[in-house]
Design a protein around this ligand. Structure first.
Ligand SMILES: Nc1ncnc2c1ncn2[C@@H]1O[C@H](COP(=O)(O)OP(=O)(O)OP(=O)(O)O)[C@@H](O)[C@H]1O
Ligand SMILES: [Mg+2]
Length: 274
């Protein structure tokens, strides 16, 4: 596997310097990588910096973001627009806030399609949209296209956003806490959807979450972020078996304690008092 994304990233906000300190991340072609860290550790800052969406916040970014060998930090705004949405796509935490409440789903899908398709291809958005809806387990019906965001469940809204994100078959999908607003069942369905998209489209993914179990169930490699620094990264199995830092060990112990307590409840002969 060759490196699709390779970063060396430092970020200062105007009133908060040193939010990211030399963050090194690598994602190979078709690989699922997890980024885990507590609230405020800088996860969303990484996602936005990779998409070059931090500049308008006055943030200073140093280092390099090599995507397919090109440094995205050196690209002109117009070149970056070509990459965004077409080669790298972003899915965020609050699906309903990411959709325009005043526009029908179909209108938003067609805009997402036209933003990056040219000429004749832009006419075929409806066929593509319905095909994609089927893929992401949404009703592949014209009537669904005429719904407004308020007529969707949160899980459906997230599927619509995922469909929009993968419309142009990006090589990398960055998902920043994509399942945090969802209930447990919908969350596991969305994780399964990501697995399928990864398999079927060979789409690499940077999955950002504070939920180590969700990350471990999806990703073959994990990086742990703490106060803007990657304190540990490696294959998922190895990290669970042999964590290198005390902080990672503490994080793993907390997660495993919770999950073994849950497993104990689930045992049919459980003697735990409910
Ligand atoms: N526009 C901004 N200006 C100044 N500081 C900011 C700005 N945006 C974020 N920060 C600070 O940068 C740090 C990292 O924030 P970030 O949103 O990247 O964390 P996060 O890991 O995504 O947290 P969460 O899990 O809560 O989403 C925090 O201390 C935050 O207060
Ligand atoms: Mg965040």
């Amino acid at each position: 596997m060759s490196a699709l994304l390779e970063t060396r990233l430092s970020v200062d906000y105007p009133n908060k310097p040193g939010v990211l300190g030399d963050v090194r991340l690598t994602v190979s072609e078709g690989e699922m990588v997890g980024l885990v860290g507590e609230s405020g550790s800088g996860k969303s800052t990484i996602a936005l910096a990779l998409m070059r969406l931090l500049e308008h916040k006055g943030a200073a970014i140093h280092g390099e973001v090599l995507f397919n060998g090109r440094d995205l930090l050196q690209l002109r705004a117009k070149e970056m627009r070509q990459i965004r949405g077409r080669e790298i796509a972003l899915v965020l935490q609050s699906p309903l806030a990411s959709l325009n409440p005043a526009l029908r789903i179909g209108t938003q899908m067609s805009e997402a399609w036209r933003a990056h398709a040219s000429g004749a291809a832009s006419k075929h958005w409806k066929v593509q949209a319905l095909e994609l809806f089927e893929r992401v387990s949404l009703p592949a019906e014209e009537s669904f296209l005429s719904r407004y965001p308020r007529q969707l469940s949160v899980g459906q809204a997230q599927r619509v956003l995922i469909a929009m994100a993968v419309l142009h078959k990006p090589r990398l999908l960055i998902a920043d806490e994509p399942t945090s607003a969802l209930d447990a069942v919908t969350q596991s369905e969305i994780l399964e959807l990501f697995r399928r998209l990864n398999r079927e489209m060979n789409m690499a993914m940077l999955f950002i979450s504070h939920d180590l179990l969700a990350v471990a169930s999806l990703c073959s490699r994990i990086a742990i972020l703490q106060r803007g620094q990657i304190i540990e990264s490696g294959p998922t199995a190895q990290m669970f078996r042999d964590p290198r830092t005390a902080d990672t060990r503490a994080l793993l112990e907390a997660v495993l304690r919770n999950s073994s307590a849950v497993a104990e409840f689930a045992r049919p002969e459980s003697t735990v008092r409910r």
